[in-house]
Design a binder for this molecule. Structure first.
Ligand SMILES: *[C@@H]1O[C@H](CO)[C@@H](O)[C@H](O)[C@H]1NC(C)=O
Length: 150
């Protein structure tokens, strides 16, 4: 029984290859990342020139994943937080960019891109308005990038 469950899972993962969610720091300063699904993951430090990466996945209960980013090293009420969220939906991944408690990258360009999907572009770190939700094939990476001040 256990064997058949494992071989079924292996088959699924080989048929549906998925990309990664990647956070790239092209700015001169460190920021911090938490991957939030059903619970809050451990704090990841992303130094200037560095990155954070995780395979695109679903949270068993919440479904969608919120990759939360702050500059202070804290994730709590009142701290400006960038939220790069994504949701796997079969062969597609939907992604979105938002903030809470202020805009931590105000004055810096931030983007979310996929080589095979839509681009979200905040040229000065502020929500330009309109729908920010984009979709891509989940086989590609979905990449959040923070640039230096404009
Ligand atoms: C992420 O960082 C690692 C280690 O420095 C590097 O090898 C890799 O190319 C980087 N990935 C991206 C997408 O920038």
């Amino acid at each position: 029984m256990r064997f058949s469950i494992l071989s079924g899972a292996a088959l699924v993962s080989s048929v549906y290859a998925v990309g990664n969610a990647i956070v790239i720091n092209k700015s001169p300063s460190t920021f911090y990342v938490w991957s939030v699904g059903d619970s809050v993951g451990s704090r990841q430090t992303v130094v200037a020139g560095g990155n954070y990466s995780e395979p695109l996945h679903r949270a068993p209960n919440a479904g969608g994943i919120a990759v939360k980013i702050t500059k202070t090293g804290e994730l709590s009420n009142g701290v400006p937080t960038q939220i790069f969220s994504y949701s796997l939906d079969g062969a597609n991944v939907w992604y979105d960019l938002s903030t809470t408690f202020g805009e931590p990258f105000k004055g810096q360009r931030i983007t979310v891109t996929s080589p095979i999907g839509g681009t979200i572009d905040w040229p000065a770190g502020s929500n330009p308005g309109g729908s920010q939700v984009k979709v891509a094939s989940s086989e590609g990476n979905v990449v959040f990038t923070a640039y230096a001040a404009v």
